[in-house]
Every structure is written in structure tokens, then in C-alpha cells.
Design a protein around this ligand. Sequence first.
Ligand code: C5P
Length: 319
Amino acid sequence: MATLRVLAPAKINLHLEVLGLRPDGFHELAMLMQSLDLADELLLAPSADGRLALTIDRQDLPSDGSNLIVRAAELLRSRAGLPELGVHMQLRKRIPIGAGLAGGSSDGAAALVGLNRLWGLGFAAADLHRFAAELGSDLPFCLEGGTRLCFGRGEILEDPDLPQRPGFGVLLVKDPSASVSTPWAYGRCRELRGDFYLDHEEDFEQRRSALRRGPLLEALQGERPLPPLRNDLQAVVEPEVESVRLGLRLLREQGEARVVAMSGSGPTLFALYDDGDQAEAAGERLAPSLQEAGFEHWCCRFLDHGVRVEDTPASAGGA
Ligand code: C5P
């Protein structure tokens, strides 16, 4: 049966600043997010049985209604008023799980885009964006992708309007036995820093402007070298997770990278290089030390888009 193939890219946070706490309990954020060419693959095949069936090539992920892919499918067919729609979905997982790389969010965003196409629902991009924000704070970015400023709880996207797309190479490093819960990381941030959170919209806006006009954006515009990256959750996670401390030290001391930081709520770490070849070379050079310390690593590049339906249909059960 003909299937649709959707690619769901990972992201890293080049900047993650926690500004304050919102009345809805989420944190007000100022971030710069970047898509990577490390992507999960979601295959979709129509079915007439009215089921939303999901299979995953890993045992450690739920494939029931708690999976964002199934939740996205349910939301879409309910908003379309067509609860009888069915689909067989197959997820090939490439992005590490519980890692701060938005793998689950990107899979959910891929389901929204893919099923809108497969079922011929005709929802506009703005509708999908709204559904994405209902499902999770990172999903709107995953839909659009590339390099984006993300404000609010992460769902308000702004194009940083760069003259050319940044072409950095990335070395990702993760201890396969470590994972960090995002609600835990934000909860701990609140315990540690809550008394110093900003309270007013004017103060939030002042921080957004500082990011829009600050040294990181200038560096991406080619006007100066990369400054140290800021991730407020790194300060929360680093003291608690030994592999984060170890990985950061290894990358800083031996990685010869432009910058080193943690992505999102971690525990994945990344090092940036001038281009993909340099990231590959660093990966090869560091492989023995990383392996000895029990880390997995991936070399990838910046990507200028989010989830995308591949034009060539794959065949179900194919490679
Ligand atoms: O939106 P999402 O479901 O991905 O968020 C997961 C959890 O992370 C939230 O329940 C909340 O605890 C925390 N979070 C937050 N502020 C944000 C985004 C997430 O406190 N802006």
C-alpha cells in the first residue's frame, strides 16, 4: 500500500532563557532554536478500520494514546469532524529519547503535517500551528523549524531574518543511560530561581529585545564570533547529572569547538564547529574518549526547515 514518508528533525537550543512564571503555570521563555539534520522517520498508510495504529522500532516508547503522534492524529480527526478516519503509522526512531532534542514533539508535528495531507483535510498552516501549540510548547517550532526565536511558552515564533542560513556543524553527545524529565527541570528551576523571576510584560519584552539585538544574533549574521551560549536549565541540570558535567568537561577540554552547551532540559550536550566536516573530524578524534566515558555521539548539520513530507512515496515495509 502506498505510504507517505514524513521526516521529523531534532532541534537544539542556541539560547534558552527562563524569564518568569505565567498565570497558566508554564514558564515565559526567550529562546533561539535550531533544527538539525538528525531526523525520525514517520511512515503513514491509510486504513479503513478507523484505528490509529502506531508501531515503533523501539520497545521503550509507548505507542498508545499517550504518544504525541497518536494524540496529534486524534486531535486532527476530531477537529475535522471525521472520527472514522484511520491510519497505520510506523515510526523509525533516530533521535535519542528524553534528551532535550524535541524528538517526541517533532514526531507529533510530523503526524499533524502528514495526516493533514494523507487524509486530505486541507487545514491551513495557521490551523496546524494552533493544534501544535495545544499539544506541546515545542511543537510549533518543530512544524516550522530552521533558525527561530521562540517566545511565550515556546509557541510564539519569530524569524530572526538572517542574511544567510548559518551552516555550523554539530557534535551531539549523550549518555544513553541518562534522561531528564522536562517538568522536573522547570520545577527545579523555579525552586532555585523563582524568587528572582521577572514579573512584568515590559521586563519580558526588554529581554526579548536584548536577544534579538544581542551578540548571538550578531554572530549568526557573521558580524562577530559566537559568544558563550546561555541555557538557564543547564545551571539546574548540571549539578544533578554527573554525565552532563563529565560530557561538558570532555567537549570543552578536547573538543576544540567554537562553543559547547546543553540542549533544552538535557542531558544531550552539543559542540558547534565551523562546518559539518569539522564536526565529523572532531567526532572521530573524540570517539575513543567518548566511548570510554560511556557516551554516544552523532555528527550533524544545521537544517533550514522543520517537519517535511517527502515527495517520493515509500512503500510500506520498505527499507
Ligand atoms: O509543553 P510541554 O508539554 O512540552 O511541557 C512539558 C512541561 O515542561 C510542562 O508541563 C511544564 O512543566 C514545563 N514547561 C514549562 N514552561 C514552558 C514549557 C514547558 O514550565 N514554557
